[in-house]
Design a protein around this ligand. Structure first.
Ligand SMILES: Nc1ncnc2c1ncn2[C@@H]1O[C@H](COP(=O)(O)OP(=O)(O)O)[C@@H](O)[C@H]1O
Ligand SMILES: [Mg+2]
Length: 363
């Protein structure tokens, strides 16, 4: 695979009539990278992907593939491959025929088709299955055929639109790894759309979080997790989701007072005393301890065990969720102590919802 290319979007806008679906999208997808577009349903992910493929025209801005302006270029001349959910296979064709469909359309010689089918089958692990029909394949095998059909075209980029959403949970986890390892071998420029933040975080080198047609933040997966730019990204990335609590900066400026919980948490920066903030505490950063030695005391309402981990929900208002790796001896109705390292307390402006940086700007 040598024809992979960089993709650039500059000030891309898309209107559907009055509806503004994409708003000033600026994004560079480096050659050979795996980029995930993630966000809630309706945020514009498919619109962005379909615009890249040329299936939608954009209303403004510039879109480039391999440095070449793509505005107005028809889909078949863009040389990108869309990978759909597995059911997009032709049911009356064998795996071999499905794989070579585009080549046969282009009247490639039979031997060339056969060689390409064998090569792609070897890459995707379909060697033994070339003569089967889609109905004779498992969900995962069908997904591999869908991938293989894209690979055989040797496109400039792969575009995935929620390809795993029809598969059951276990197969989804398996295919996630399979697609990623295929990417590691082919180094194909890949744009992967999903509403599932875990899928985005685990598969991509670079994650782009979209909301209402706007890029809220983009960066390496752990960069988004560690330094969410705003409350939306903070709540969207991470599972179970971050706890949010209204708070006010203490008189000393180096702690916050949590509303409704009668608790004071030290913070690692100095802020204006009395300033209202929204505190964000990740469930996995809350540490259980003796109530008398902890900053927060919580009555626990529900304890859930998955075997490997425990999830505790407090009976307080606001409710807090605590994730504990391993088992706990806590029962419903019990009061526990909880603390958190000052540098792990996220702070957001309650009005703008932007992350509050240290006043020294040292963050
Ligand atoms: N052809 C269309 N005409 C009008 N509105 C559309 C059309 N396609 C999508 N939309 C709207 O644009 C928004 C983004 O849609 P889409 O890109 O499909 O979202 P996602 O893939 O993130 O779920 C949604 O509000 C959707 O209703
Ligand atoms: Mg979609």
């Amino acid at each position: 695979m040598t024809s992979m290319a960089q993709i650039e979007l500059e000030h891309v806008d898309k209107h559907y009539g009055q509806f503004h679906a994409l708003k000033d999208i600026n994004l560079t997808i480096p050659k050979g990278s795996f980029v995930a577009l993630v966000g809630p349903s309706g945020c514009g992910k498919s619109t962005l992907l379909r615009s890249l493929a040329g299936l939608e025209s954009i209303s403004g801005g510039t879109m480039k593939i391999a440095g070449e302006r793509m505005n107005g270029v028809p889909p078949r001349r863009r040389d990108v491959a869309m990978v759909f959910q597995s059911y997009a296979l032709y049911p009356h064709m064998t795996v071999r025929e499905n794989l070579t469909y585009s080549m046969r359309l282009n009247r490639r010689p039979k031997e060339e088709c056969e060689k390409a089918a064998k090569d792609v089958a070897a890459i995707t692990g379909l060697d033994e299955l070339l003569d089967r029909y889609p109905r004779q394949l498992s969900g995962g095998q069908r997904q591999r055929v869908a991938m293989g059909r894209a690979i055989i075209r040797d496109p400039k980029a792969f575009l995935f639109d929620e390809p795993l959403s029809n598969l059951d949970a276990a197969l989804r986890v398996h295919m996630r790894k399979e697609i990623r390892s295929l990417h590691d071998r082919l180094r194909a420029t890949s744009v992967y759309v999903t509403h599932d933040q875990v899928e985005a975080m685990t598969m991509a080198d670079h994650v782009v979080v979209l909301r209402d047609g706007i890029i809220e933040q983009q960066g390496a997966p752990l960069e988004l997790y560690d330094h969410p730019a705003n409350r939306f990204v903070a709540g969207f990335i991470g599972s179970p989701a971050m706890n949010f609590i209204d708070a006010a900066v203490s008189e000393t400026g180096d702690a916050i007072v949590l509303e409704g919980l009668d608790a004071v948490l030290p913070i690692d920066r100095r802020l204006q005393p009395g300033r209202q903030v929204k505190a964000g505490l990740r469930p996995e950063h809350l540490r259980l301890g003796a109530p008398e030695n902890s900053s927060i005391r919580l009555e626990i309402a529900v304890v859930e065990f998955t075997g490997a981990a425990s999830y505790l929900s407090s009976a307080t208002d606001p409710e807090l969720t605590i994730f504990h790796a391993g088992r706990v001896e806590v029962k419903s109705g019990e009061v526990v102590g909880v603390s958190i390292a000052p540098e792990l307390v996220h702070l957001f402006d309650p009005v703008t919802e932007e992350r509050i940086l240290a006043q020294s700007g040292s963050e």
